[in-house]
Design a protein around this ligand. Structure first.
Ligand code: PHE
Length: 457
């Protein structure tokens, strides 16, 4: 069943595609998650950062290319793209399941992503109207706890953020997603550069870099290696259909290989830069970075309070995080919306709001999991942790593994060569990395965390 859609949108240029994909990649992952995961792996931070960077280069980049390849070749939403390419290459239509895993994984992520983004909108709003002033680390924590324990407040900002997200997706691929990225991404980058300079002046940059790249570890903490890999997936938006959906709007001329190098490099660079800015302030003001998911909200307001021009700094910082999160959340909603519009001919706006609704409801449950329902645990985790854990540590790597096998072993070289027009040597390198290193790497990291680490002790 080949479903071709001749009137599909296309990004207006190769740079527009690079921009939206970087927009998808750079998000809460690079700012909120990176800093809290690094902070939480105290004692093995260097290991986490190095595993992350190696995984970006050896697993993330090749998979990014593979996902875009499927999207562009299959010319459809993730499910249709998988169906079309499977049919063209004589493979079973069961492979379309991979598209489904991506689409639903993305919605799962969106439900908690929107809640965390809501925290950022909350702090942005506070900074704007009255300023967030806290005098001690305890006060900062108390302010964060007050927010987290208030389901109505969490729900309100989560709602605002879902409206922002659906509003953009409803306006279409070029008119909504591309336009929003073209405004937000340059601004985001500008603010980040200012923040980093400001952070280096006011904070302790050498200590921050020393912390991030300290490879001297007594013992590698449990979970750090798989966290590093999971984070590479999360921060490059891999395995969740988002990149495949964006790739399906890419014109035939664009060179996938060159484009992906840009995306991966910009994604990790922006991640490291914001990590450096955040840790520099954290250390500069004598704080510790091990606060968990609330890290940036428990440390930075204190730094903002004492810094000259701190309120302005805070406003820009939270605006930066909101822009980053917003350009990512739209890519989480897009895969299912494009499926609905292409499969049933539903109007885009209706599809966007209709998809946002159940995700918003699940998000409300996530809001409650921090307070009223915090006793309710599944496998020892509250709903928020469970969704994050499942998506990042399990679904993303497994779906990445399947994509590597599909493109590396099943799709056939003719299609692959036709899409990836790299010079012979570069092509051979990429293809072999995808066929061997990616699957073996993912499997080894799983084995290491599940069995070997205890065994090797
Ligand atoms: N890459 C985004 C971030 O770092 C999150 C994301 C994951 C977006 C998967 C799309 C798909 O915040």
């Amino acid at each position: 069943m080949s479903q071709a859609t001749s009137s599909r949108s296309t990004w207006s240029s190769r740079w527009a595609f690079i921009l939206v994909t970087i927009g998808s990649a750079v998000g809460l992952g690079n700012i909120w998650k990176f800093s809290y995961l690094a902070g939480a792996s105290e004692g093995s931070v260097g290991v986490f950062v190095v595993v992350y960077l190696v995984c970006v280069a050896l697993i993330g980049l090749p998979l990014l290319m593979a996902e875009i390849l499927i999207g562009r070749r299959g010319r459809g939403n993730p499910v249709v793209a998988m169906l079309n390419t499977a049919e063209e290459s004589g493979n079973s239509s069961w492979w379309a399941l991979l598209g489904w895993v991506g689409i639903f994984g993305a919605l799962m992520i969106l439900s908690f992503y929107s809640v965390v983004s809501g925290w950022m909108v909350d702090y942005f709003w506070q900074s704007l109207v009255e300023g967030v002033y806290v005098n001690t680390a305890e006060e900062a924590k108390a302010a964060y706890d007050a927010m987290i324990s208030d389901p109505l407040r969490l729900g309100l900002w989560h709602t605002v953020f879902m409206i922002l997200t659906a509003g953009v997706v409803a306006r279409g691929v070029v008119g909504g997603i591309e336009a929003a990225n073209k405004i937000m991404l340059p601004l985001l980058f500008l603010i980040l550069v200012l923040l980093t300079i400001w952070g280096a002046v006011a904070g302790d940059m050498p200590k921050a870099l020393g912390f991030m790249f300290n490879l001297k570890t007594e013992a590698i903490k449990p979970g750090v290696v798989i966290d590093g890999m999971g984070h590479a997936f999360f921060s490059l938006s891999l395995g969740m259909g988002a990149i495949m959906a964006y790739g399906s709007y890419l014109d035939k001329k664009t060179n996938i290989g060159h484009t992906c190098v840009w995306i991966a490099a910009a994604g990790s660079f922006i991640g490291l830069l914001s990590g450096a800015a955040i840790f520099s302030l954290t250390f500069g003001y004598g704080l510790t970075p091990a606060a968990g998911p609330g890290l940036i909200l428990q440390t930075l307001p204190l730094a903002f309070t004492y810094m000259p021009g701190g309120r302005l700094f805070a406003i820009f910082f939270f605006l930066f995080v909101i822009f980053a999160a917003w350009t990512s959340s739209i890519s989480l909603l897009e895969p299912f919306v494009s499926w609905l519009t292409e499969r049933y001919g539903i109007r885009r706006a209706r599809a966007a709001w209709g998809t946002a609704l159940p995700v918003w409801l699940l998000g409300l449950a996530v809001c409650l999991s921090f307070n009223k329902w915090s006793e309710f645990k599944i496998f020892g985790r509250i709903l928020f942790e469970l969704l994050d854990h499942l998506a990042t540590r399990v679904m993303m790597p497994l779906s990445g593994l399947a994509i590597a096998i599909y493109v590396g072993w099943r799709l056939g070289k003719v299609i692959v060569v036709d899409e990836i027009r790299l010079k012979q040597r570069a092509f051979t390198l990429w293809f072999n990395v995808l066929r061997f290193i990616v699957p073996v790497g993912i499997t080894l990291i799983f084995l290491y965390e599940l069995v070997l680490r205890d065994w090797l002790k």
